[in-house]
Design a protein around this ligand. Sequence first.
Ligand code: TGC
Ligand code: FAD
Length: 392
Amino acid sequence: SAQFDWSDPFLLGDQITSEERMIQDTAEAFAQDRLAPRVETAYLEERTDPDIFAEMGAAGLLGVKVPEDFGGSDASYVSYGLVARAIERVDSGYRSMLSVQSSLVIFPILAFGSEEQKQKFLPGLVSGEKIGCFGLTEAEAGSDPGGMTTRAVKTEGGYAITGAKMWISNAPIADVFVIWAKSDAHDGKIRGFLLEKGMPGLSAPKIEGKLSLRVSVTGEIVLDAVEVGEEALLPGAIGISGPFECLNRARYGIAWGVMGAAEDCWFRARSYGLDRKQFKRPLAATQLYQKKLADMQTDITYGLQAALRVGQLFDEGSFAPEMISMIKRRNTGMALDVARLARDMHGGNGIQSGYHVMRHSQNLETVNTYEGTHDIHALILGRAQTGLQAFT
Ligand code: TGC
Ligand code: FAD
């Protein structure tokens, strides 16, 4: 019989290709060498370093799913997932920066953009010299983005866009804004527009006071009759399925990413339990501590296997959005449970930044909410098996 690897029980490493392993190793090295040394200070000081985009770009991490013509590596969805896992092992906020740039900004330009838009925007976004953001959510339209009130009104040369977006990752430092708005020239259908920093009427104030995801800056986007030409319209996205196609990819990456955060918490709890003695023996020698470690190990192993399966289906072109709802919901909720448990297993030390587990658990509160809340994904799965929608 084979040797049991406690840290990789189902031998995930043997189920990926050599190219995927290479991309994974690059991302793990980048995350540990470049991100891990600065995460604690950045989190405590709530500081987002915009240079990280260019650093990620130089390491090839923003263009995993981008054709080589535009500076990407045209690799698999499994590779993209492995990158998200490596980055989120350090912090969910860093993974957020990467998810938004690659799945929510680069992807819609690639999938729905004109040739001119691709030529103009993709090289800078893939290299990370330009930073992008994705404006779908509004203060009064979160789980129900179809309820948005941002409007694009036809003008002589294009459109005037008016409205306000809320909770937008990267917005205060963004150069490129993917804005979703109802367009009166298209029967009120939701359309995507590419806006740029500095346009009159466009501003993106930072949202202060976040207790979660503090290395990733979040903002509002205020649109006060922002005038754009016809060339700002994404020609290929018509209706709400446009933004949903982007969300499918970002949610898929999150399902992998949160496994990285959960693994970090699990490994730290194991090490801590082996080192720390109470009642004259290591905490890890107690039954309760071992049960918690066994639960973490089992849940994470199942979560990774599920993410890999959906990634393979994605690569075969046979994924359904409901599969992604299942892994986004289950893996994120489970990672949050693992992080809270790891915090508890560290005792008093668990609340300190130097032990990292509470930062993960605070971050995962956001991840459980954004990209479709835990309960919204349950309702998507409930609808898929009953044929009855329970949203309204
Ligand atoms: P519904 O009636 O279900 O569908 C309307 C149309 O959209 C199509 N569609 C999809 N297409 C592709 N992929 C999907 N996943 C799709 N889901 C729906 C559907 O086929 C239909 O098309 P058609 O042609 O028949 O009209 O839509 P609904 O308005 O009733 O919405 C239902 C609901 C609740 C599931 C949906 O609105 C939802 O998913 N809400 C959650 C909102 C959300 O996820 N927001 C995310 C904002 S971005 C973000 O959080 C970024 S954080 C990133 C980071 O920092 O990492
Ligand atoms: P609500 O929709 O008001 O939900 C509140 C609660 O009610 C939740 O528990 C929810 O599950 C529940 N609920 C809602 N509807 C129902 C129902 N029908 N039945 C039962 N329960 C229901 N958005 C972007 O567009 N771009 C971004 O880059 C982005 N980044 C973000 C970064 C951060 C840090 C955060 C916190 C959010 C970000 N979001 C972004 C927004 C995010 O997608 C929304 O917060 C999320 O979709 C939930 O919307 P809401 O906050 O309005 O909550």
